[in-house]
Write a protein that binds this ligand. Structure first.
Ligand code: ADP
Ligand code: GLC
Length: 476
């Protein structure tokens, strides 16, 4: 199959969260399974790579306005056989951050990403005429589904191409006033406003999200954020496909960012990693469990109740906690305050630092992920592999990937209620488990031996593609 994958982030080039990891995992997995994959994403200012290969220019009208862009190719050798194309448009994408200025989302986001989708289709029909299927990710690519149905139904190339839509996070929908339907040349619905995510769910041939658990949650409110009825309407075409873990990037036995490598047969390297992290951040060398988190600092990740729960927990226990993350300032201020109040036990590193993310996974005895909701979550998969026993709220993909203590097959600690009390009790359970070393070690080693490789996820995507193609073929 020849697949065009549209995304707004790609690991190794630009990343704000797990979307980047997942897009690369899927693209690489498809190539490894023998398929041809072209990835198209915007060229932001601070992309880690510069294009060198062939380039095309594309011109079209959108909302009565003439627009154009260049599409350039990256050297393929550096990308594991994935053909990467970068869409260059100075006004729309020559910005430091993909979606916001660090505080507010850009006001022209609907136009920026509708432009991206329309340009992708115009480029595809001219330069990738043998494409079999287009696979888009999240709201940024969602209107591709509407354009295919509304602008290209009769096109000799695009008229036969199904669109598969993956939702990595149903809470990010991007809504805009009703005037945007016209500006973006989208068929107006009865709604008062435009919801970009909804356009993908409504018009894609197949829709999936990144775990079975989250897929089921999206069928009702409040998890669906207002779109439950639409998910229900599309239920027959809506599936859950769990993300994988890229063990080429995330394996403590080979990870080049670690001071010492380790695996489940010899954990001495992990002790060295813990010692190094503690020394770097001036945490006392005391022999106590180190609990870590690496995350976007946002409500989704549970900071509203994690911070007060940690405040109570640190007052009661000697455990140390290290958090690396970036995001909403009101949480960051509270994390700095926690650091001031518990100088021997708590450290916060504010920033997006991929090397430190790896080193933190390697150093942690536990990994904290008390998310309010979690479509899949990749950090718990990384932490399983790195022997940082995940402590998770049992929701969405977390529930699908972590078996909670005291189950015989436990790989982590779990709890359900969104409450300070429930989280505090899970933190205490973790500390107790750590004190029973053989039991802790068994949970840790079982986690390290789990396998969540992309291969099986990609097989499920291939099946979904085949269904979409078969149904498209029988319609035409
Ligand atoms: P989400 O996509 O909701 O942010 P995931 O667990 O799926 O959550 O993926 C998060 C990804 O982003 C992981 O690869 C994680 O290491 C990375 N990440 C998050 N915050 C940071 C940070 N501050 N520095 C480096 N990497 C980060
Ligand atoms: C989103 C979700 C996260 C998921 C990631 C990759 O950012 O919040 O749960 O793992 O996408 O699919």
């Amino acid at each position: 199959m020849r697949v065009l994958l549209l995304c707004s982030e790609y690991e190794g080039l630009i990343k704000t969260g797990g979307l980047a990891d997942a897009c690369r995992g899927i693209a690489q997995g498809l190539v490894d399974a023998g398929h041809q994959v072209t990835v198209l994403l915007p060229q932001y200012t601070n992309l880690y790579s510069r294009p060198t290969g062939e380039w095309h220019s594309v011109y079209f009208h959108l909302g009565g306005r003439p627009l154009g862009c260049a599409i350039r190719q990256l050297a393929q050798a550096s990308q594991g056989g994935v053909d990467i194309r970068l869409l260059e448009h100075h006004d729309f994408f020559h910005r430091e951050r993909p979606y916001d200025d660090g505080d507010q989302g850009y006001a022209d986001n609907p136009l920026r990403f509708a432009f991206f989708c329309k340009a992708a289709l115009e480029w595809c029909r001219q330069y990738l005429p043998d494409v079999d299927l287009i696979h888009g990710h999240d709201w940024q690519t969602a209107v591709t589904a509407a354009y295919l149905k509304q602008h290209y139904a009769q096109d000799p190339v695009l008229g036969r191409v199904p669109f598969v839509f993956t939702i990595h996070n149903g809470a990010y929908q991007l809504t805009a006033g009703a005037e945007w339907f016209g500006k973006l040349e989208l068929a107006q619905q009865q709604d008062h406003f435009l919801n970009m995510l909804e356009q993908g769910i409504r018009y894609a041939a197949k829709v999936n999200t990144v775990s079975q658990g989250y897929r089921d949650e999206l069928l009702s409110e409040p998890a669906a954020n207002g779109l439950a009825r639409l998910y229900q309407q599309r239920q027959a075409d809506f599936v859950g496909i769990l993300n994988g873990c890229d063990y080429q990037q995330w394996d403590p036995a080979t990870d080049l960012t670690l001071i010492k490598n380790f695996d489940s047969t010899d954990l001495s390297g992990k002790a060295a990693c813990k010692q190094q992290l503690k020394a770097r951040f001036h945490l006392p060398a005391a022999d106590v469990p180190l609990m870590v988190a690496v995350s976007r600092i946002t409500g989704q990740k549970g900071y509203d109740y994690l911070i007060p729960a940690l405040r109570q927990f640190l007052a009661l226990s000697k455990v140390q906690v290290f958090i690396v993350g970036s995001g909403e300032q009101h949480y960051c201020r509270q994390l700095y305050q926690l650091q001031e109040d518990f100088p021997a036990q708590f450290r916060f590193f504010e920033g997006f630092d991929e090397t430190l993310a790896h080193q933190t996974e390697a150093a942690g005895d536990f990994f904290l992920m008390p998310s309010l909701f979690e479509p899949c979550g990749l950090n718990q998969l990384y932490s399983l592999k790195y022997g940082a026993v995940p402590l998770v709220r049992l929701t969405g993909g977390l529930q699908d990937t972590v078996v909670p203590w005291p189950d015989q097959a436990a790989t982590g600690i779990g709890f359900s209620d969104v409450s300070i009390a429930a989280l505090l009790s899970a933190l205490q359970q973790a500390e107790q488990l750590y004190l029973q070393q053989p039991a802790y070690r068994a949970v840790q080693l079982r986690g390290m031996q789990q396998n969540f490789s992309w291969q099986s996820s990609v097989q499920s995507y291939i099946q979904l593609y085949q269904q979409a193609l078969t149904e498209q073929f029988s319609r035409s």
